[in-house]
Ligand binder design. Structure first.
Ligand code: GLC
Length: 583
């Protein structure tokens, strides 16, 4: 194919995806009241709601503790909906809050159709949904598909005998010999991925902890039970799911050994190339079927999709946009340096993929962006820069709670303080994920206002300066910067629906781009360096005259700046300049 054919093929794919997305976007569970800005946005565009929505991930243990026992809960979340609405959030993804022994803090589910009593009741959850609806905030649940808890009644039955009704709901196999697992697969959380069970003298497979046995997705009864679980929540008003660890659903039926690479991983295990137990093609069949169920309820599916390249990521959208609406682009989380050229590469790749991009900076498994990008001197300014970046790109952002405050990791100082089991195992090379899961910083009183009891994880000391109450009062805070950018994002057609064009793509210090829709042009200019920059934007190819007046909308720094496109545009270190361009 020559370039023109490639381009027209891409355009065709984009058109098909747009039609598919648009058709699936008219939600049955449309919240009853929306903010004025959201209403005007959706009235003006036929885009499905999730393309315009801002998503916010929260960790229920750590968000807000209504009963003051040191653990967050559902009523705590409900009590903070007004805060989230004022911030500009349209949907919250709650990491698992189902009953669970909490070995993996909820990712080991022992009942898919209930709420863990630690967090509340189903009635509390229903109230959260309805209070969310009143405010135009949708609820997204986390669907742990690959495995259950070893305390789930399905596994307890499965393990009881070789002839148990649910024996084949999990992966039971004979060992290669006494004390020898069926193959060389390594658990991603350390050690062999097989655990010997004395009751029936067989091994069971677990990609994650031994307390998280893998479900056998080749068994139609498993599929049916799990699909019905999603229906249970859709009927309660849930607007969609974030699908956990989707690439691990299937394994090679012959259980072929994985190739082993040289060296050892951080847990001291051999490093296996997971070609026989991740990313099998059958994953896509299941995602298509799950999408079929989601479409019955006009729900959205978001994927935890770790991929090595854009071609792999593209497969999760499905050939006709019939798999995931929103596979997350984790390659974007791996840049980890303020490099315009690296961000350009990532952005251009996802923009050309034909799918709707999904941008994430960090989450409950990834160290907080504040310190991954901070330079120790300009951290707050850099936090704003990063916000200006991912909240103004073409695509849907998923925020992580506390990011809007500049929350920092608080890693455990001693092995005995670690809660996350992989942190104990990997200490000190891997201190686990406690650091990015600490309590939300509501104010500067004891325990950051999260709870009057000792919180399950220690609050990050920066709560004294980086908290909702204090940042609320400071017009120049990270929180108020997020609010401004999110308000603009909800109102401005170029940010909602506009296309994306990189500008000055050779500039090593400044990342600049143009967003345009409905005759409205917006430029975003981000100085990713610690030095002031003065630049001339090259818009000659964009039908924009250099004399076009600029209307600054959001800027950092106090310097006098250019009034027209002809520039020069002066940016302070890590400065942000977002402006409308009149033609
Ligand atoms: C996903 C979750 C992670 C969890 C794992 C096992 O990667 O994000 O927190 O430990 O799945 O369920």
């Amino acid at each position: 194919m020559n370039c023109r054919h490639v381009a027209s093929a891409r355009a065709l794919v984009a058109l098909i995806l747009t039609i598919a997305f648009t058709v699936s976007g008219c939600s049955k569970s449309q919240p009853t009241s929306q903010t004025a800005t959201q209403q005007s946005a959706s009235q003006q565009s036929a885009a499905p709601w999730w393309k315009h929505a801002v998503f916010y991930e929260l960790y229920p243990r750590s968000f807000a503790d209504s009963d003051n026992n040191g653990l967050g809960d559902i009523n705590g979340i409900t009590s903070k909906l007004d805060y989230l609405k004022q911030l500009g959030v349209d949907a919250i993804w709650i990491t698992p809050c189902y009953p669970s022994p909490q070995v993996d803090f909820g990712y080991d589910v022992s009942d898919y159709e209930n709420i863990d009593p630690q967090y509340g009741t189903l009635a509390d959850f229903d109230r959260l949904v309805s209070e969310g609806q009143k405010r135009g905030i949708r609820i997204i649940m986390d669907f742990v598909m690959n495995h259950t808890s070893d305390r789930h009644p399905w596994f307890i039955d499965s393990k009881s005998s070789k002839t148990a009704a649910r024996r084949d709901w999990y992966m039971w196999r004979e060992g290669k010999g006494p004390q020898q697992p069926p193959n060389n697969w390594i658990s991603t959380f350390g050690g062999s991925a097989w655990k010997w069970d004395p009751t029936t003298s067989q091994f069971y497979y677990h990609y994650f902890y031994a307390e998280q046995p893998d479900l056998n997705w080749r068994n139609p009864a498993v599929k049916q039970a799990m699909f019905d679980t999603t229906r249970f929540w859709y009927k309660r008003g849930v607007a969609g799911f974030r699908l956990d660890a989707v690439d691990t659903l299937y394994e090679d039926p012959q259980l072929k050994d994985n190739p082993i690479k040289p060296g050892r991983n951080k847990y001291g295990d051999p490093i296996d190339e997971r070609i026989n137990n991740t990313k099998l093609p059958e994953v896509h069949d299941t995602l298509r079927e799950l999408r079929g169920v989601a479409d019955e309820y006009n729900a959205v599916l978001i994927g935890e999709t770790w991929t090595d390249n854009i071609d792999e990521l593209k497969t999760y959208y499905g050939g006709h946009g019939n798999e995931l609406h929103m596979p997350m682009d984790f390659m974007f989380t791996e840049v980890n340096k303020l490099s315009p050229s690296e961000f350009r590469r990532q952005i251009n790749a996802i923009q050309s993929s034909g799918g709707w991009p999904v941008f994430v900076l960090s989450n409950h498994d990834i160290r907080r962006s504040y310190e991954r990008y901070g330079d120790g001197i300009h951290n707050d300014q850099i936090a704003k820069l990063m916000a200006a970046l991912y909240l103004t790109l073409r695509g849907t952002p998923i925020m992580y709670y506390g990011e809007e405050l500049g929350m920092q990791n608080n890693d455990p100082k001693r092995r005995e303080d670690v809660k996350d089991p992989i942190g104990k195992l990997g200490w000190p090379k891997d201190k686990g994920r406690d650091g990015e899961r600490t309590p939300m910083q509501w104010n500067n009183t004891a325990n950051a206002g999260f709870s009057t009891a000792k919180p399950w994880l220690p609050v990050t000391p920066t709560y004294r300066t980086h908290n909702v109450t204090d940042e609320d009062k400071d017009p120049d805070s990270i929180l108020n910067f997020y609010r401004r950018v999110l308000a603009l994002r909800h109102q401005h057609p170029a940010l909602l629906d506009g296309d994306y064009t990189g500008l000055n793509e050779e500039d090593p210090n400044v990342l600049a781009y143009l967003r345009r829709a409905q005759g409205k042009n917006l430029i975003v200019v981000l100085n990713m360096s610690a030095k002031p920059q003065s630049i001339h934007l090259n818009v000659a190819q964009q039908n924009i005259a250099s004399s076009s007046p600029l209307k600054p909308l959001i800027t950092t720094g106090h310097g006098v700046n250019t009034q027209t496109m002809s520039g020069p545009l002066n940016l302070e270190p890590f400065g942000v300049f977002i402006a409308e361009v009149s033609q």
